[in-house]
Design a protein around this ligand. Structure first.
Ligand code: URA
Length: 286
């Protein structure tokens, strides 16, 4: 959005457009998914309610007359998904006897990147320090910045519903982000910010040592996998990441804007459930 509005007016306009967008009215704006499809203003702070699988993932049937999409040809030049580079890099950093409190202490009142300037609260991460499942998002939005907790806004509410649909509770899993401070105007984090902050994420993951990591959205997936490939090329696939089983899926904020994609995410999460030995939903007889 152009800079000619005051920040508060700009925020109000963005919120209103997002409201229309969530209603399915898409005439007013260009594609905001350019920022990773995830960063968003999280205005809702209502407590998160548990809800049934069907209520979270049910989609209206697609009209029968939908034209068939042409098969997408992958360019031969797409780089493969590679593990982070070997050798001395931030990804290799290991801290002896590391713990989550130690990582939080090391972050301190962080001023290592420019994101600290607009920060209200640093959002470290939340959940079970011994979780078998870690969700990695992009970065805090407005609500997270206010509360100092990850995924507590509208997208967070949906994530919580997804976790409940898996037969878990938020306190069973660990939730964190690639960057720990809110990017201004909810833009995607910039490469220098990701580079500065991600070593702390990696330390968190290594301390928790989960069985499964789920990357929510392109920023998390591209950061951990060190790839520029679009997330839809590898979404829902099991990948090996430094010895962990990793799966990338769409970000809940993207699902708020594109509800039909919930079906894909539910498929992905069922693979995660199977891996974790969680009870899968019974197949309906047809
Ligand atoms: N989106 C994210 O990626 N992370 C949050 O914590 C909230 C919204």
């Amino acid at each position: 959005m152009p800079e000619r509005f005051s920040p508060s007016l700009q925020q109000k306009i963005e919120d209103r457009l997002r409201y229309y967008e969530d209603l399915g009215i898409q005439l007013f704006y260009k594609d905001r998914s350019a920022n990773g499809g995830a960063a968003e203003s999280e205005e809702a702070t209502a407590p998160v309610a548990a809800c049934s699988r069907s209520a979270v993932f049910e989609e209206p049937a697609l009209p029968k007359s939908m034209p068939k999409a042409a098969p997408v040809k992958l360019a031969a030049s797409l780089p493969p998904i590679v593990a982070p580079p070997a050798g001395p890099s931030l990804f290799e950093e290991k801290v002896a006897d590391d713990t989550l409190p130690k990582i939080r202490e090391d972050l301190g009142d962080c001023t290592r990147c420019k994101l600290h300037k607009g920060r209200n609260k640093l959002v470290f991460g939340d959940g079970n320090p011994k979780a078998r499942l870690v969700f990695v998002g992009e970065g805090p939005g407005a609500d997270e910045d206010m509360q100092g907790l990850p995924f507590v806004g509208r997208a967070g509410k949906l994530l919580t519903q997804m976790i409940v649909a898996m037969g878990l509770e938020r306190r069973d899993v660990y939730i964190c982000n690639v960057v720990k401070c809110r990017p201004p105007q909810n833009r995607a984090p910039e490469p220098d910010e990701v580079e500065t902050c991600s070593p702390y994420l990696l330390r968190q993951i290594d301390v928790i040592h989960p069985k499964v990591i789920v990357c929510l959205g392109a920023v998390a997936a591209k950061t951990l996998l060190n790839t520029t490939r679009g997330i839809s090329n590898f979404r829902g696939e099991w990948l090996d990441w430094r010895g962990y089983k990793l799966m990338a899926t769409y970000h809940p904020a993207y699902l708020l804007r594109n509800p039909p994609a919930k079906a894909d995410v539910w498929k992905d999460l069922q693979k995660v459930m199977a891996e974790l030995g969680l009870a899968l939903p019974k197949k309906s007889k047809s």
